[in-house]
Design a protein around this ligand. Structure first.
Ligand code: PEP
Ligand code: MN
Length: 339
């Protein structure tokens, strides 16, 4: 059960409400976000909401049977729009394009990618400064100094920054320089990190875990929301299956399913999803047709020289063409009457 409280509810009204819910055999948790104040009730008894529906201080009340609640469409039917400022949004009905290298490597590289974004009307750039690498001997990123440098160049050009946070201690130092905190596949169920990102008033994009189910991704998002942060984006990036012909198996099924289950925007990462440069564009376009609200893909001036993931990275000419195709297919998608 979710009860949204009126902003002007008094302490005594709230206490009365909580004890009434507790009396009915429901445990309560209070959730305060940028946008609302909620009581989450967890219990198994039959509950007739008319028993409390007339009490003072209630704005809205719903029974949500899903394990995840606040991110469920059963709670909020209207799609969430994530506002990054300066007219940049990630939301249903628009197509977000995010591109950039796997890793931030140098000032020269940053300038080149920022220019590429600007030239192609792309307002969000990705790149890792803290890199989760399978091998400890691989390049692990430029760290916070790389992020500061990137921010100084990107913000001047009006380009937003999407970058991975790997641990709780990085959240505060990154805060002034980041527009979207990315939670990587390997950290998708790092519940301490998710809890702490709930306390931050900046957007968070959660990638699906390497072996994560759709339900688990939604529950990870529920952690951040219930921690206090509603600015959330979900990302399908492929899952580990028995198939070895591609790096991962991009689960296109997840897109309509996530869109049906949750009000949060859903974006697709075809680069990590298939892991093979030549096939990234078609999987990106398949993601658009499947109903994604955005595509995030890797690009670099010279992919063969990239410090990481060059094999799945587009060069700027390919990226420019893909961005145009994404927009074209997205415009066409609107003409299909999806059931
Ligand atoms: C990345 O986006 O560079 C990355 C490491 O992705 P993932 O967490 O999906 O592997
Ligand atoms: Mn990568």
């Amino acid at each position: 059960m979710i009860i949204q409280l009126q902003p002007d509810i008094t302490d005594s009204q709230k206490e009365k409400l909580i004890s009434k819910v507790n009396e009915s055999g429901y445990k309560t948790t209070e959730v305060k976000t940028q946008l609302g104040d909620y009581i989450i009730g967890i219990g198994k008894n039959e509950f007739d909401i008319r028993r409390i529906g007339q009490m003072d201080g209630i704005q809205d009340i719903h029974i949500v049977s899903d394990e995840y609640k606040l991110v469920s469409k059963k709670w909020k039917a209207k799609p969430t729009s994530v506002d990054l400022g300066d007219g940049v949004f990630i939301k249903d009905g628009e197509m977000a394009i995010i591109t950039g290298p796997c890793s931030i490597e140098s000032e020269d590289q940053i300038r080149k990618v920022v220019n590429h974004c600007v030239e192609n009307g792309i307002t969000m750039m990705r790149g890792g400064v803290f890199k989760p690498r399978t091998s400890p001997y691989a390049f692990r990123g430029m760290g916070i100094d790389g992020l500061k440098l990137w921010h100084s160049i990107a913000s001047e050009a009006g380009v937003k920054i999407v970058t991975e946070v790997m641990q709780t201690s990085q959240i505060d130092e990154m805060y002034p320089y980041v527009d979207i905190y990315q939670v990587g596949a390997r950290n998708s169920q790092n519940f301490n990190l998710l809890d702490e990102l709930g306390k931050v008033d900046k957007a968070v994009m959660i990638k699906r875990g390497i072996s994560g189910t759709i339900e688990e991704l939604l529950q990870s998002a529920e952690y951040v929301f219930s921690g206090g942060n509603e600015k959330l984006i979900l990302c399908e990036r492929g899952i580990r299956t028995y198939e070895r012909a591609s790096r991962n198996t991009l689960d296109l099924n997840a897109i309509p399913i996530l869109k049906a289950k949750s009000h949060l925007p859903v974006i697709v990462d075809p680069s990590h999803g298939i892991g093979i440069r030549a096939y990234v564009p078609q999987m990106a376009l398949a993601g658009v047709m499947a109903g994604a609200d955005g595509i995030i893909y890797e690009s670099h001036e010279v992919p063969e020289k990239a410090y990481s993931d060059g094999q799945q990275t587009l060069d700027f000419a390919q990226s420019a063409r893909l961005a145009a195709w994404i927009r074209e297919i997205f415009a066409k998608r609107k003409t299909f009457e999806l059931l």
